[in-house]
Design a protein around this ligand. Structure first.
Ligand code: NAP
Length: 259
């Protein structure tokens, strides 16, 4: 069966109480993986979610951590490892616009906030997870996986006031090349999933008219749905499916942009 090797794998998905991350959490759970999900605070329906997982025989846990902050990245990894005994797959999904500011209004605080959320979070979480991913690969004889979540903005520069966001995503598209060069030896694969425009809280600032205008410019004439990205996470995570795939960026954007 496709992705069979994900059964029992310990998967940490950051920024995953809703949207693309939550769809990924559910997809891994459906494969029998052990899943950690994360947000700055617990979702209101946490008890129901955990109960549903338990009833389905899924080993899942929520971890509160603000990954803009390095100590939280470290604690998240420590807490996940304490709960599940190691990490096989890390998905650095936490990210967002923070806000929109044109060049003339950008100050140090805004620069820091955008880079802390989108770049530092993935960098530091990966850094703290590294020894655990390496140990998991050694113990299993299979590759561990780190998956970054980039963006179409990483190629095209981002929309109005989103230049720093686009640049931070381009930074992610790039930094995995260094990690591939120096950590393939540790048995870890690094890949990036790069969404186009997805229908999540990320676009809460847009009305229906704006959404229709954006959809019209996408060859598939619609926003992506969180489930549209889920199988790609499974693919990159699965040694069985993608053991020889590393350093790649997979664009999931309905044809919106073709690098
Ligand atoms: P979303 O629906 O807005 O969900 C964001 C998730 O991240 C929530 O669970 C949120 O929970 C969590 N989060 C936010 N700040 C966090 C922090 N500092 N530390 C830990 N968790 C945090 O987002 P999405 O649209 O699914 O986006 C997921 C990823 O895809 C992001 O990296 C985004 O940049 C990228 N992306 C999205 C689109 C799109 O069109 N939607 C396009 C390209 C790329 P809390 O609020 O509780 O913290």
């Amino acid at each position: 069966m496709l992705f069979e090797d994900l059964k029992g794998k310990r998967v940490l998905v950051t920024g995953s109480t809703e949207g693309i991350g939550w769809a990924a959490v559910q997809a891994f759970a459906a494969q029998g993986a052990k899943v950690g999900f994360n947000g700055r605070s617990a979702p209101r329906d946490l008890a129901q979610r955990l109960q549903a997982f338990e009833q389905a025989g899924v080993d899942a846990e929520f971890f509160a951590a603000d990954l803009s902050r390095t100590p939280d990245c470290e604690h998240l990894v420590q807490d996940f490892v304490a709960r599940f005994g190691g990490i096989d797959v890390l998905i650095n999904n936490a990210g967002g616009l923070v806000g929109r500011k044109p060049l003339a209004d950008i100050d140090d605080a805004f620069f820091d906030a955008v880079h802390d959320l989108n770049a530092r979070s993935a960098l530091m979480t990966t850094r703290f997870a590294l020894p655990h991913l390496k140990a998991a690969a050694q113990a299993s004889g299979q590759t561990s996986a780190v998956i970054l979540v980039g963006s179409v903005a990483g190629y095209v520069g981002g929309g109005p006031g989103a230049g720093l966001y686009g640049a931070a995503k381009a930074w992610l598209h790039n930094i995995q090349k260094n990690w591939v060069n120096f950590h393939t030896v540790d048995g870890i694969r690094f890949n990036t999933l790069s969404p186009g425009t997805f229908d999540t809280a990320f676009h809460a600032d847009k009305d229906d008219e704006a959404k229709a205008r954006i959809s019209a410019g996408i060859p598939m004439k619609r926003f992506g749905q969180p489930q549209d990205a889920a199988a790609a996470f499974l693919f990159f995570a699965s040694h069985q499916a993608s053991a020889y795939v590393t350093g790649q960026v997979l664009d999931i954007n309905g044809g919106q942009f073709m690098p």
